[in-house]
Design a protein around this ligand. Structure first.
Ligand code: TGC
Ligand code: FAD
Length: 392
């Protein structure tokens, strides 16, 4: 990819809703991403590798634990700042946003919310700076959309727990120092355990062959009689509601992130449509191209409005799981459709790495699947409006 020429688009003057601090946080993130990440992202995507050299920079812009209190090393920001950061990260690549989402909402959040004071002090500052990376193990080979069926389990051995089982499709697993793992106790109740690299019987093989999210590392978590110290259990909450509450926070970040990917595709397509000449005029002068661009900015603007309102509700502690599902589902679908249309506007050039659309499009195939598939979120909305669960 050449120079990052991205310009933000704010058709409904949404920035007027932002505070100076929020704009500053976004600018700092955007500047750093343009300088340090955009120039290398395509190369790493092609290699199928996470660019680990960006980790300290992610820590420095506050992308690890944006809303975790400063006393634990977090940035102590509000939910809209968190959303803006996720938008900037995913504007460059979903895999980069994914790393920050997992670290913040799926590792730091449960330790902060459900951990002991000792666990918070031990893990959060190192995770906030990026000195340690974490991962979140919920999905299993036979239990994806229905995590309540999980097989991973632990038994009480008196002075420690013995953990067995396997997790699959785990972002950051291959290099994570810390894994927040969900497993059942002897009575079948789900709990969170902090499993640390180096514990005997714990391995994290990398999964290869992904055609999507290639700049993010994905692996398995294998627990073969792993002795987990008792002080590594998260005592604050048990049951499926514990991991699901972490997903609320991550899905909210994804709703913002998807707008970033959509904006990048729209921005690239708009510029290309003004520069590419066919039939003696810029292709942006043709009605069919204008239809695509007009529909893109309309859908982006609708998503921006939806998401900003959700951010206000999150700041007030009033956003529901179903509202978050609606935004995640709508925005990822919006972004994937825009990526496809934007790719078409670039013609054959659109399939190359010189432009970001194809990479975003492929990435979004993961985003539309993880953190609850498109259809699972539809059913969450369906259950919310009817009061009847389609899952039972
Ligand atoms: P259900 O009966 O609905 O709920 C079980 C219990 O949990 C409670 N609950 C919640 N509590 C807190 N926050 C929430 N958001 C909650 N949602 C539900 C609920 O009240 C109930 O409590 P109780 O006391 O009655 O037991 O559960 P279900 O088994 O019917 O499943 C519902 C379903 C399908 C919606 C849910 O399991 C689901 O969301 N499935 C999708 C799985 C998923 O999203 N996995 C994501 C794995 S992590 C990941 O993908 C990371 S990708 C990397 C990146 O983020 O970038
Ligand atoms: P399945 O649950 O097998 O679903 C297959 C299809 O059936 C889908 O279309 C689904 O919508 C549909 N379906 C299932 N149930 C129903 C139903 N009741 N009604 C209608 N349709 C239904 N997980 C983690 O725990 N941690 C991670 O860090 C993580 N990172 C990931 C990274 C990547 C790149 C990917 C691709 C996945 C990651 N996941 C992670 C796993 C992800 O959360 C699961 O893939 C997702 O929850 C779906 O599960 P599944 O793939 O097993 O699909």
């Amino acid at each position: 990819m050449g120079t990052d020429r991205f310009e933000a688009h704010d058709y409904y003057l949404m920035d007027e809703f932002l505070t100076e601090e929020q704009i500053m946080i976004r600018s700092a993130a955007r500047d750093w991403l343009k300088q340090d990440v955009s120039p290398i992202i395509e190369e790493y995507y092609e290699k199928g590798e996470f660019p680990s050299q960006i980790v300290p920079g992610l820590g420095a812009i506050g992308a690890f634990g944006p809303y975790i209190p400063v006393e634990y090393g977090g940035a102590g920001l509000d939910q809209i700042s968190y959303g803006l950061l996720m938008q900037e990260l995913e504007r460059v690549d979903s895999g980069v946003r994914s790393t920050a989402s997992v670290q913040s909402s799926l590792v730091m959040y449960p330790i902060w919310k459900y951990g002991t004071e000792e666990q918070r002090q031990k893990f959060l500052p190192k995770l906030a700076s990026g000195e340690w990376l974490g991962c979140f193990g919920l999905t299993e080979p036979d239990y994806g959309s229905n995590p309540s069926g999980m097989i991973s389990n632990f038994t009480d051995q008196g002075d420690h727990y013995l953990l067995n089982g396997a997790k699959m499709w785990i972002s950051n697993a291959p290099f994570a120092q810390v894994a927040v793992v969900w497993a059942k106790d002897e009575s079948g109740r789900i709990h969170g355990l902090i499993v640390e690299r180096g514990m005997e019987g714990f391995s994290t093989p990398e999964m290869h062959g992904k055609h999507s999210l290639r700049a993010s590392s994905t692996g398995e978590l294998i627990f073969d009689n792993v002795k987990v110290p008792k002080e590594n259990l998260l005592p604050g909450k048990s049951g499926l509601g514990a991991p699901l509450s972490c997903l609320d926070s991550a899905r909210y970040g994804i709703a913002w992130g998807a707008i970033g990917a959509a904006l990048d595709c729209y921005d690239s397509a708009l510029r290309y449509s003004k520069e590419r000449i066919q039939f003696d005029k810029p292709i942006g002068g043709f009605q069919l191209i204008q239809k695509k661009l007009a529909e893109m900015i309309t859908e982006i603007t609708k998503a921006q409005l939806l998401t900003h309102r959700l951010g206000v509700l999150r700041n007030e502690g009033r956003a529901t799981t179903a509202q978050i599902s609606m935004a995640k589902r709508n925005n990822v679908d919006m972004a994937i459709n825009i990526a496809r249309e934007a790719r078409q506007i670039h013609g054959a050039m659109g399939i190359t790495g010189e432009y970001p659309c194809m990479r975003h499009m492929a990435n979004l195939e993961s985003v539309i699947t993880y953190e609850g598939t498109h259809d699972i979120h539809l059913l969450i909305t369906g259950a919310d409006v009817t009061g009847i669960s389609a899952f039972k």
